[in-house]
Design a protein. Structure first.
Length: 724
């Protein structure tokens, strides 16, 4: 009899969309005709907590404790009645079930307001005039965050909307703190979580429960559930996988975690899950498992005796979002950062263009691990098949491709396939700002529905980009971001400071590069990350090669990911954090460009060495397109009509665009050639080589080089004739 498995995402990840791991695994098991179920307990706990019943418990518990609270929490407690009256309607509004509440919320007198609303004075300056829906969603988000502050101070210090007890799991070399927390009396949030878990067990009656733990903030919730299952359902096998064990637990030695789980799998889950299910059914011996930790006689053992290879990406199936309450997710708005808004507002279907990273060289990245190091793309046709299946299942057309770095050639093929199938898709992904993202490729991506791109600028210094092995220069980044912006695609830059041997001068020069990129309008969003050395990156594996020394030479018994090190340069990078954050906040909103860089910091910093117009000059210096016969050519516009112009020997070539018509009066023979060209290279045809067009024109019409210099060609290029 087949083992029944329940996949669970424990608290907390995102409010607006399900984390995709369980949907990926359920989709794979579908290909094997194995039934499975899934649940997002993070969402369900939030919905139970932020309800009239849940808040009643919060307020009663806070009042019963009789503790000394902050003025802010005391104000929230005094407004108890207002919160209980409004909470259910606000949640409905954030679920798009009660859109007319926006009128009520936006007036400013409907929602009780505590400390989070103190930032409202900056809203008009920072964000201009917001639309009614957006402003109301933003106010509702502040309202929830006020309640979150109450819960954190009075009920559970570990609470966070997108993380829970994160500090317990983050770089936890020892299991001691987690063990201590798990032995404490259950909190209100624990009680809600475990009650929901029991409901799932009764409903699905699984033989095993598998927890996806993508982040440190999910670990406590998973282990708390495991603890409950061990005590109340000892017959159920409990396993765990996901991003956290993949990066943090690869050298696991502490056996205490196996008091809460039976198995921990690493890397891609499909093959380990299938083999583990076969083992649980008695079909495979323990030693035939794949990349699976177990505890044998009190010791942690890695079992990896399977000869089965990982499942090819073409065979993993389509992610299956059934079982998940898609209409219940909350679209919130934290409007300070345009890209972060995409993360939190709206529901995105998650897909992967390619397994791993096609570049795979960045020295700060975990390129030694399978999830990045093993690159395996799939075809655009398979991707579009999956897109269509998911759209039919979920009723939504928004897609976030969660690649480490999406390959430009596959993005091109996907865009063409979307256009050929006539799909209406909205999508975004992560890229490297490499030169293959030409102006024409960016226009094609936009035509297929791409609305945003995030990419790693990292440290905007050519020396450090070389050390990082990013494979790009600041000038390239400027040109690619210009192409994307010109095409109408929003651009977000991941920014890094504190890389080994980075000087204060390089940090300030990097900030000046960022300032100019925003001033030129080619970046719309960004976020500074403090560099963290990880054990599986080239810099973590060989720090001496990067001029630094590791300070923790012994592996910890539990989690090992972030690595301590000493940098002989001796810069205190933490002191730059607030100035970098504050300046970027201003730049994102189009202000502060004239403020000297030193004014953002409360300590002395060096003057920048970057010329004031560096980015502007690099964008202007980009050479124009040079036509070569090996290039591809495609027409993404509408097919024109040939109409009588009324003048002998001439016809009108009339194009009907979505916004307006335009026409060209051309000699009849030339007009027919142009119409034939556009039909032959249309996006609904196989991608054509420029060589074929070039040779045909010169055989039948004239000099191709004269054609590409002509006004006709220029107009066609403007209207959608793309070459790459």
């Amino acid at each position: 009899m087949a083992t029944k498995v329940l996949f669970i995402t424990p608290p907390f990840t995102q409010l607006n969309t399900p984390y995709p791991a369980t949907a990926y695994l359920k989709g794979y098991l579908n290909t094997l005709n194995i039934t499975s179920n899934q649940a997002d307990l993070g969402l369900e706990v939030i919905l139970a907590l932020f309800s009239k019943k849940g808040l009643m418990q919060v307020f009663e518990l806070a009042e019963e404790q009789g503790l000394q609270y902050s003025d802010n929490v005391n104000r929230i407690l005094r407004m108890k009645a207002a919160y209980l009256q409004t909470i259910d309607t606000v949640i409905d509004f954030l679920q798009d079930k009660n859109p007319t509440l926006a009128y009520h919320i936006s007036e400013g007198n409907f929602l009780p307001q505590a400390a989070r609303f103190e930032q409202l004075g900056d809203v008009d300056w920072a964000f201009g005039t917001m639309g009614l829906r957006d402003k109301s969603r933003y106010l509702a988000t502040l309202y929830l965050e006020d309640l979150g502050d109450l819960i954190t101070e009075a009920i559970d210090p570990h609470f966070g909307f997108s993380r829970y007890a994160e500090s317990l799991g983050m770089s936890a070399g020892s299991f001691d703190e987690m063990e201590k927390a798990l032995q404490e009396p259950v909190s209100l949030i624990d009680t809600i979580l475990l009650d929901l878990l029991e409901e799932k067990i009764k409903s699905y009656q699984p033989d095993s429960v598998a927890f996806s733990v993508p982040f440190p903030g999910n670990l406590y919730g998973a282990l708390k559930c495991g603890q409950y299952l061990k005590a109340n359902h000892p017959e159920i096998k409990v396993w765990m996988g996901g991003g956290y064990p993949n990066t943090e637990l690869r050298s696991l030695k502490d056996a205490r975690i196996f008091d809460y789980v039976d198995y921990i799998t690493l890397d891609d889950g499909e093959a380990p899950v299938r083999l583990l299910l076969e083992h649980l059914e008695g079909k495979l011996p323990l030693e035939a498992l794949k990349r699976t930790f177990v505890c044998l006689e009190g010791e942690v053992k890695m079992i990896n005796g399977a000869t089965d290879k990982d499942v090819p990406q073409r065979d993993v199936g389509t992610p299956d979002y059934s079982d998940l309450p898609l209409s219940e997710y909350l679209s919130v708005i934290e409007v300070a950062n345009p890209m972060h808004r995409l993360w939190s507002d709206g529901r995105w279907n998650k897909l992967t263009l390619a397994h791993g990273c096609y570049w795979g060289k960045c020295t700060f990245c975990d390129i030694s691990l399978d999830y990045i190091g093993r690159y395996e793309p799939i075809t655009a046709a398979i991707l579009c098949d999956r897109i269509e299946e998911i759209m039919e299942q979920t009723g939504t057309n928004g897609f976030h491709f969660v690649d480490e770095a999406a390959p430009p050639a596959l993005m091109r093929d996907l865009a063409l396939e979307i256009l050929r199938r006539g799909l209406v898709v909205v999508w975004w992904t992560n890229i490297r700002f490499e030169s293959n993202f030409t102006a024409d490729l960016c226009r094609l991506l936009r035509a297929s529905g791409c609305i945003a791109i995030s990419g790693g600028l990292e440290v905007a210094s050519d020396r450090l980009l070389g050390l990082i092995k990013k494979g790009v220069t600041v000038a390239q980044v400027a040109q690619v971001t210009h192409h994307l912006t010109q095409a109408g695609i929003m651009v977000h830059a991941y920014l890094m400071y504190g890389y080994p041997t980075q000087t204060a001068q390089e940090t300030i020069d990097s900030l000046e590069m960022v300032r100019q990129l925003f001033e030129e309008g080619v970046l719309q969003s960004g976020f500074w990350h403090r560099f963290a050395m990880t054990a599986h990156s080239p810099v973590g594996l060989d720090p001496k090669a990067f001029g630094v020394q590791r300070t923790d030479l012994e592996l910890a018994p539990f989690a090992n990911n972030e690595v301590g090190y000493e940098d002989p340069v001796g810069v205190d990078h933490a002191t730059f954090s607030e100035g970098l954050r504050k300046s970027l906040f201003n730049y994102m909103h189009g202000v502060g460009f004239e403020i000297p860089l030193k004014e953002w910091f409360d300590f002395k910093v060096p003057a920048t060495t970057i010329p004031k117009n560096y980015i502007q000059r690099k964008i202007a210096e980009e050479p124009g397109l040079v036509y070569k016969k090996h290039q591809r050519i495609v027409w993404i516009g509408a097919q024109p009509d040939l109409l009588d112009s009324g003048e002998p020997g001439f016809v009108e070539l009339v194009f009907s665009g979505k916004q307006e018509d335009f026409a060209m009066e051309l000699p009849e023979e030339f007009a027919e050639w142009v119409a034939s060209l556009l039909a032959n290279v249309s996006y609904d045809q196989p991608l054509s080589m420029l060589k074929e067009i070039w040779e045909d024109y010169e055989a039948n019409v004239g000099d191709f080089e004269e054609l590409v210099e002509s006004e006709v060609w220029e107009i066609l290029r403007e209207q959608g004739l793309l070459v790459f």
